[in-house]
Ligand binder design. Structure first.
Ligand SMILES: C[S@@+](CC[C@H](N)C(=O)[O-])C[C@H]1O[C@@H](n2cnc3c(N)ncnc32)[C@H](O)[C@@H]1O
Length: 219
């Protein structure tokens, strides 16, 4: 896959546990998809879904699996670059007997560009994106003007992008990007009950480490 935008994720080793690898081996054909240059047939993936949500960077998929369980009428397309998390989420999907989650392995940028058709998403979840706190790394943050322009056409009018971050300066930065944009309206919201607590939440709340939820609607 061509690296056509700034790399917003950290490169990690390929260490994967036995159970994660075995979930990948067993369930890839059912739940997994590799990057492809053609758009995916979303209605065919979730023929009975009332709406479809894309999650970008699900990590180990703890929140993804629980939200999938709690919203059985929604189809979830979950994107992640790291194989251990993909294996882990596949194992959770099996454990919880979920039929409404599919996983795409790869960088969300090219995936959005080619695999996700315009106006095909009711919503996007972006939970605890890598904050890249050092000034010289700020440009690696996934949320920026180019991302906003890439994601906006993919979301239906009135659809949403929900972001949660535990890095307060990133929350401020997200508002700086979104507030002037004519493509979205919205801002900081109360923590929604439907978003499960993940390990990023509640770890030593300081000024910089308070969790902020932001919800933007496509105009
Ligand atoms: C800090 S973790 C948060 C994981 C998860 N959302 C959670 O709340 O536990 C950020 C995740 O986003 C993934 N990520 C970052 N940039 C990405 C991209 N461009 N495409 C796909 N995944 C990405 C990283 O690999 C990492 O797993």
């Amino acid at each position: 896959m061509e690296q056509d935008s700034v790399r917003s994720y950290r490169l990690r080793g390929s260490r994967i546990t036995g159970p994660q690898q075995s979930a990948l081996d067993k369930y890839w054909a059912i739940y997994g998809m590799a990057y492809s240059e053609s758009s995916i047939d979303i209605p065919a993936l979730f023929p009975h879904a009332k709406n479809v949500i894309l999650e970008i960077g699900f990590g180990m998929g703890e929140a993804t699996a629980l939200i999938g369980r709690d919203f059985p009428e929604t189809g979830f397309i979950a994107v992640e670059v790291h194989k251990p998390g993909i294996g882990k989420l596949m194992a959770r999907i099996e454990e919880l007997e979920l039929s409404n989650i599919r996983i795409i392995e790869g960088d969300a940028h090219p995936i959005l560009r080619t695999m996700i058709a315009d106006s095909s998403l009711d919503g996007v979840h972006l939970f605890f994106p890598d904050p890249w706190p050092k000034k010289r790394h700020n440009k690696r943050r996934i949320v920026n003007q180019a991302f906003l322009e890439l994601i906006a056409p993919k979301i239906k009018k009135g659809g949403f992008l929900h972001i949660a971050t535990d890095w307060f300066p990133y929350a401020e930065y997200i508002q700086e990007v979104f507030t002037p944009s004519p493509l979205f309206t919205g801002g900081v919201v109360d923590r929604p009950e439907w978003r499960p607590v993940t390990r990023f939440e509640g770890q030593g709340i300081t000024k910089d480490h308070q969790v902020t939820d932001l919800r933007y609607f496509k105009v």
